[in-house]
Ligand binder design. Sequence first.
Ligand code: B12
Length: 181
Amino acid sequence: MGSAGRGGRGSGDVAAVRQSGDVAASRGPGEVHQARKPGAVREPGRMVVVSSLSSDAHTWNLVFLQLLIEEAGFEVVNLGPCVPADLLVSACRGLRPPLIVLSSVNGHGHQDGLRAIAALRAHEELATTPVVIGGKLGVGAGDRTAVVKELLAAGFDAVYDDVPDAEEFRGLVGALAAIRS
Ligand code: B12
């Protein structure tokens, strides 16, 4: 399952996205679509990236996050499900987002997240970009403190593993929006 959904996707997609100006426009049927408001202008530094990780096919978590972040006044580029680390990196290098929000609920988020953050932090221009991860990052109900610590040590700025609600994250997004307005 670790490679589910990777077929045919890569950094070439991102070039097409940049040309079209709309991430969703380059994606296939059944994937998350991002409708831009007519006449909307993308301001550099206001486009938050929301993305799933390489193995994860779930999408409503991404829609939820997109709506929450848009409510705070940011534009969102939603890369959708099953995003390989190289595509995530090339999208973020082009967009220079003020925040990167990674979500995974299939139980592989811990491992996929470690790969993603290593790939992002390997690039100088993304070395200090705020990157958070959340969802259901593992399986089982045991103590996941060690997993959270490992993800933080690997370079995430915040980890929201199986949180009962997204209020703390909403606070973070609101604070970021206030700083930038
Ligand atoms: C619908 C669904 C599917 C659909 C997805 C369709 C789609 N287009 O999205 C399908 C059938 C494809 C699917 C497949 C699978 N699924 Co599924 N799926 C679900 C289900 C029933 C609902 C998920 C959903 O849409 N929720 C609605 C959204 C809005 O909520 P959410 O995803 O929970 O996200 C919330 C929080 O997690 C949190 N959150 C999420 N990300 C982030 C990020 C941040 C930063 C923050 C702050 C918060 C946050 O905020 C959200 C709102 O509260 C859940 C069970 C459940 N009731 O939750 C299982 C579930 C997620 N699936 C599960 C599994 C195991 C799978 C499969 C592996 C099954 C299989 N063996 O094939 C595959 C995975 C395939 C893959 N490659 O990823 C497990 C995951 C187990 C775990 N992590 O412990 C769950 C929990 C079911 C279970 N109880 O076992 N699934």
